[in-house]
Design a protein around this ligand. Structure first.
Ligand code: ATP
Ligand code: MG
Length: 449
């Protein structure tokens, strides 16, 4: 009997423990996601604003598309056999039994939107240049720079098959890295040629890989049947060894594809943008033709791609639009921030506060509110004490908020309609009328800072 009782206790305890663990886990953020807290967001905003300014110089406008799409928008355009579609989609059936997916990347949704909104119409100036900033979702094994919800900055340019578009879009990403101060990013460049070139190469690659099929990883054995080009950018050791002597896609480019690639290379050289030709880089998505590229950097001795893209000249047609050239890239924001961090690049963030109002007594609460609002309405950043704390604690708060000036407000000040404004670094002071604080705080600040 006692044995049975003991077992019951263990079972109950086990069940409770499991329940508790389950509740604790489900009350935490999902695996592979992150909370970005205000101190961190300041960096995100800086980088996003920086990118927005650069994109504007190249005449890109912002596009915002839904966070989820019909499954088909992604599946066939990105490629039924790609890792993204076969393994990484966050797809589900909604309450109306529609098969939808959180977007795993930005290009297919933007092309869908381009066609749906008829941006191909003759009255819309070409090329159409758009950029996006937002969350993407992929069910992956989380690690540094690899999350399940991550953020991309991306651009798409529609309606130009001019190689100058390839070169200037790559140059735009290059400018972003350079001006942020990032070092050691290497541009990897390749061409997949047009459909015919790609087809000819596909066969040559199958002929080369088939005799060594058994030596390939399981995934690549499958890829060999479904999409042999992707064996080339497999990260598995055995695949890397197998493709070392593989034929180069550049030997299969037809005349037109070769001319396009040569022009892109010449233009990059004319802009003094260094690159390496990487014939084993084929990109994981099916929609690319001609130029493809990645910006790669080293983090803790392993290579990390921060930005990747290329030309996709048949995607608009796939979505039912007219034949339209396309070129774009996606840039991982988490990876960009990781690299900035690893390279010790301090972003010039302005986290200071123009003024902090220390409140000496609860009786001046309303006056403090009136003054701080008047200061804010003049365009300054301001914070105050709300908690009736000791003056020392309030000064400490002002320091930690990096307040440039402090106003100390008590009954005497309110009676006199005047307060001392003090520079929190030099300790220099001015006595200011409330009227001046309310209407001309700029000149007070100018005198002190
Ligand atoms: P990888 O080979 O590293 O898996 P990918 O080829 O799947 O990258 P793309 O689809 O080209 O990546 O996406 C463009 C960029 O988005 C990448 O270069 C990277 O900076 C970023 N990115 C892609 N997947 C993730 C992820 N799971 N977490 C964070 N960033 C990502
Ligand atoms: Mg991937």
């Amino acid at each position: 009997m006692s044995g049975i009782k003991g077992m019951q206790v263990i079972i109950c305890f086990g069940f409770d423990l499991q329940c508790t663990l389950y509740i604790i886990m489900t009350l935490q953020k999902p695996k592979g996601t992150q909370d970005i807290l205000p101190q961190e967001t300041a960096k995100w905003q800086y980088v996003e604003d920086f990118a927005r300014k650069i994109f504007k110089k190249y005449h890109y406008g912002e596009i915002r598309t839904p966070m989820f799409e019909h499954y088909e928008v992604i599946s066939r355009s990105v490629g039924d056999t790609t890792d993204i579609v076969t393994k990484e989609m966050y797809d589900f059936y909604d309450k109306g039994d529609r098969h939808v997916t959180l977007r795993p990347e930005g290009t297919a949704p933007v092309v869908r939107s381009y066609v749906e909104n008829k941006l191909f119409a003759p009255e819309v100036q070409k090329p159409v240049k758009v950029f996006y900033i937002g969350s993407m979702f992929r069910y992956e094994r989380p690690q540094a720079g690899r999350l399940r919800e991550f953020h991309q900055l991306g651009v798409e340019c529609f309606g130009s098959s001019n190689p100058a578009t390839d070169a200037e879009t790559i140059a735009m990403a290059y400018q972003l890295f350079n001006e942020l101060g990032i070092k050691d990013v290497v541009l990897h460049l390749n061409s997949l040629g047009n459909t015919e070139s790609r087809k000819a190469y596909r066969q040559a690659l199958i002929d080369y890989l088939l005799p060594m099929k058994d030596k390939l990883s399981k995934d690549s054995q499958r890829r060999l049947e479904e999409n042999p080009l992707r064996v080339l950018d497999s990260k598995e050791k055995e695949d890397k060894a197998a493709v070392e002597g593989a034929p180069s896609i550049l030997d299969y480019l037809d005349e037109k594809s070769q001319a396009h690639f040569d022009a892109v290379r010449d233009m990059l050289e004319a802009l003094s943008i260094p690159y390496v030709i990487d014939t084993n880089m084929v990109r994981g998505l099916d929609y690319y033709h001609h130029t493809i590229f990645e910006f790669v950097t080293k983090v803790d001795n392993s290579e990390l791609t921060i930005c990747a893209g290329g030309r996709y000249d048949s995607l608009v047609e796939y979505f039912g639009g007219p034949a339209t050239a396309g070129f774009g890239f996606g840039l991982g924001l988490e990876r960009l921030l990781l690299v900035l961090d690893k390279q010790n690049i301090a972003l010039p963030l302005d986290e200071s506060l123009d003024v902090y109002i220390a409140v000496l007594d609860n009786s001046v609460n309303s006056k403090a509110l009136e003054l701080i609002q008047a200061i804010r309405h003049q365009g300054f950043t301001a914070e105050r004490d709300y908690l009736n704390r000791k003056i020392k604690a309030q000064f400490k708060a002002a320091d930690s908020f990096k307040a440039k000036t402090i106003i100390t407000l008590g009954e005497n000040e309110v009676e006199a309609n005047q307060a001392v404004v003090k520079n929190n670094t030099t300790r220099q002071e001015v006595l200011a009328d409330f009227d001046d604080i309310r209407s001309n705080f700029a000149s007070i600040l100018e005198e002190l800072c």
